[in-house]
Ligand binder design. Sequence first.
Ligand code: 5GP
Ligand code: MN
Length: 332
Amino acid sequence: MLSIDHIFQALESPKKIFITTHQKPDADAIGSSLGLYHYLKLKGHEPTVVIPNELPDFLHWMPGIETVLNFESESKTCLGVLKEAELIFCLDFNHLSRVKQLETPIRNAVQPRILIDHHLQPEPEVFYAGTSDPDKSSTCEMIYDFIIQTGDKELINDDIARCLYTGTMTDTGSFRFPATNANVHEMIAFFKSRGLQHSRIHEDVYDSWTENRMRFIGYAMYQKMEVVHQGKLSIIALTEEEIKPFNLLAGDTEGLVNMPLGIQSVKVSVLLTQKNGIIKLSFRSKGQIDVSTFSRQHFNGGGHFNAAGGSSEESMEATLTKLKTLITNIIP
Ligand code: 5GP
Ligand code: MN
């Protein structure tokens, strides 16, 4: 993979650009995609954001969200856009398996693929150029850096700032995780100097729950949270039958896995949710416990050192037995 500046020349003339991000997109995935979308539009390009599956409900207000195409429900249109595109931007993921059904079309595409991402263990051979930096707080911060690098800082408007603020806010746990360095605060200071209304974004993302979502989280915490291994490990396992009655919307389980870390003794929190027979695992840890390697080695996953995900096609019972046997080995 070449460095990102190798695409600057291609961006000097108007291009049709396909922007995509990981499945079950979160605020960093959507915020970085739309932040880049608004920037490329200002530069005279024709960008389109295509996501592998459903948008989380709490991002419906984001500028440009109405233009986003969902591959699961509009695959023909999306394939048409991909065919016409001259460049493909891959944001907030680094393995093509992360785009689910979009993997084959993207892998077979002849156009240059450009990576902007902050996860561990990239697959650099499939990208023509890009930037991969696990020390970055968020892909949104990396889009900001990219715009600065192109010399277009002055083009950053309210739409771009709102999109990039949102993903940085969520990926840093509201500016508390260690990757929240001076560059992040300087970026926010710049957005504020341009008039960004940040409180509204916190409300839109964090205070926009349905009553149903709140009751589901209450149920998961009260009835389903298991705290074991001398209080150091929390596991919440939710089967398809348990989840169904709550009629959850996309994004309704977001944040649940972080909650048990609020217990002083808990060092690792795991959330298992079953959908269409497949179990999705989410891992969070405190300090020097590497859940990314664990998830990659045992659950076909990956992510960041302290926040990772994976999956299992076995039953909930078998998955829990495997998880409990293995995970205690990484908790001192
Ligand atoms: P979450 O638990 O919020 O779904 O994911 C935590 C982090 O791990 C995110 O940065 C996400 O992109 C990454 N991640 C989640 N699931 C997977 C997976 O199956 N494979 C890989 N490589 N990364 C994942
Ligand atoms: Mn991210």
